[in-house]
Design a protein around this ligand. Structure first.
Ligand code: GDP
Ligand code: MG
Length: 435
């Protein structure tokens, strides 16, 4: 898809000005590219007309080439299509939270029940996994294995009525202090009445806070029909899009939100329990666009870096007041810009490769954010306060180890040094990217 789209944009690039005919031609190719990527045809149609309308009506910015302008609009509309914000789980502050996982067989329900359980446990919850897939004995066993890996208890009653199991599981959770109950339900190869009836019964028996539909991103066009049927019957609350690590074409991500109106909350990016990420519509949009050149990188960077905040930051740097809170804000900015790998890919050849060698690990960034988030504002402002007892508390709060906290503090120290060198007064200051 990315290649097709770049080709369409390349042709635009040679033009000096943007007129309706150019836009129409480019959009014809965008339309084909989307359809080929299994994006639902209705969604494609709406998308193309939204972009065309905006592109033709757009004031011509002198700083942007026509191609850049169209790319910008396509990018923004792609984000709109997937929901412009990152959606979180709805966890009631009081009482039991029931999360019901549903979807077709093999979509990744069991795996993602485990991933969610692990994630929530890391956040201080006490989840309970429940085996409601009773049709294959192997399914119960699989959940038990997953539960063991996640360090989360698994409730099972063998192959009896799953509605009964779900009810008993809730009572069990109350007795054992489990605040979150994750139901791993059965799937079929195709949607059928029996499956749907069973899910409806479970739903009305336990009143879930979240009904997450698990969709295999590789199923393409079919994902839309699945999403629609499940949503019609169950009123899902969100989607988990799995197998995004594979060679997926992205079509499902684009269509699902548009068709159901329900957000994609998580993406699954591998078979391991840690391969779970919040779904970032902007990152997905960039991935689909496959923006691979420096120009776009600059443009994006300009769009996303809040100028004022940047100035504030630079002021702080000059006065040597850069603290951990600022480091956190920088990390959030980077998050907004898209994945590191992707940013590296946009750097001019040598530099990108060099920085890749430096082994930039996005998970490391997430871990860093978690650690800083577990600190008090005072600690962020004055890292010197952080003594061994505080380190232990921070490590526990962020689900990391004391040595991770130490590493972060050391990094921060190095970074402050580096930044001081970059921001010597007198020189024209550059936007800095410390990572
Ligand atoms: P279920 O039938 O819906 O419970 O699906 P499972 O959780 O058993 O997953 C089916 C298969 O897909 C298993 O082999 C998983 O390891 C694999 N799988 C699940 N999620 C992902 C993912 O995000 N990425 C990859 N590569 N494989 C996944
Ligand atoms: Mg399963």
């Amino acid at each position: 898809l990315s290649e097709k789209l770049s080709a369409a944009f390349k042709r635009l690039k040679q033009k000096g000005k943007l007129d309706e005919k150019d836009v129409k031609t480019a959009m014809r190719e965008v339309r084909l590219a989307l359809l080929e990527a299994d994006v639902n045809y209705k969604v494609t149609k709406q998308f193309v007309s939204a972009v065309t309308e905006r592109a033709v009506g757009a004031a011509v910015f002198e700083s942007l080439t026509p191609a850049q302008q169209v790319i910008k609009i396509v990018h923004e509309e792609l984000i709109n299509l997937m929901g412009s914000e990152v959606s979180r789980l709805q966890i009631p502050s009081k009482g039991q939270c029931v999360i019901m996982m549903c979807g077709l067989q093999g979509s990744g329900k069991t795996t993602h029940s485990g991933k969610l359980a692990k994630l929530l446990k890391g956040q201080g919850h006490r989840p309970l996994l429940v085996a409601c897939d009773v049709y294959r004995p192997a399914a119960i066993k699989q959940l038990q294995v997953v539960g063991e890996q996640a360090g989360v208890p698994v409730f099972e009653m063998g192959q009896i009525d799953p509605v009964e199991i779900a009810k008993k599981a809730l009572a069990h959770a109350r007795d054992y202090g489990n605040d979150i109950v994750i139901l791993d339900t059965a799937g079929r190869l195709h949607i059928d009445e029996q499956l749907m009836g069973e899910l409806e019964n479970i739903k009305s028996a336990v009143d879930p806070s979240e009904i997450l539909l698990v969709i295999d991103a590789m199923t393409g066009q079919d994902a839309v029909n699945v999403a629609q049927s499940f949503n019609d019957l169950l009123e899902i609350t969100g989607v988990v899009l799995t197998k995004l690590d594979g060679d997926t074409r992205g079509g499902a991500a684009l269509s699902v939100k548009a068709v159901t109106g329900k957000p994609i909350k998580f993406s699954g990016t591998g078979e391991k329990l840690d391969d779970l990420e919040p779904f970032y519509p902007d990152r997905m949009a960039s991935r689909i666009l496959g923006m691979g050149d420096v120009l776009t990188f600059i443009e994006k960077a300009q769009e996303q870096f809040d100028e004022k905040q940047q100035q504030k930051m630079e002021e702080k740097l000059r006065q040597n007041k850069f603290d951990l809170q600022d480091m956190l804000e920088q990390l959030e900015q980077i998050n907004k810009m898209g994945s590191m790998q992707q940013i590296m890919g946009m750097m001019p050849g040598g530099m990108g490769a060099q920085m890749k060698d430096a082994d930039i690990d996005e998970r490391q960034i997430d871990r860093t954010r978690a650690i800083i988030l577990s600190m008090t504002p005072q600690e962020r402002a004055k890292p010197k306060l952080i003594n061994p007892a505080r380190k232990r508390r921070i490590a526990a709060g962020s689900g990391t180890k004391v040595e991770d906290v130490n590493r972060l503090l050391k990094q921060f120290e190095q970074m402050s040094k580096l930044i001081r060198q970059f921001t010597r007064p007198g020189k024209r200051r550059r936007r800095f990217m410390p990572f």
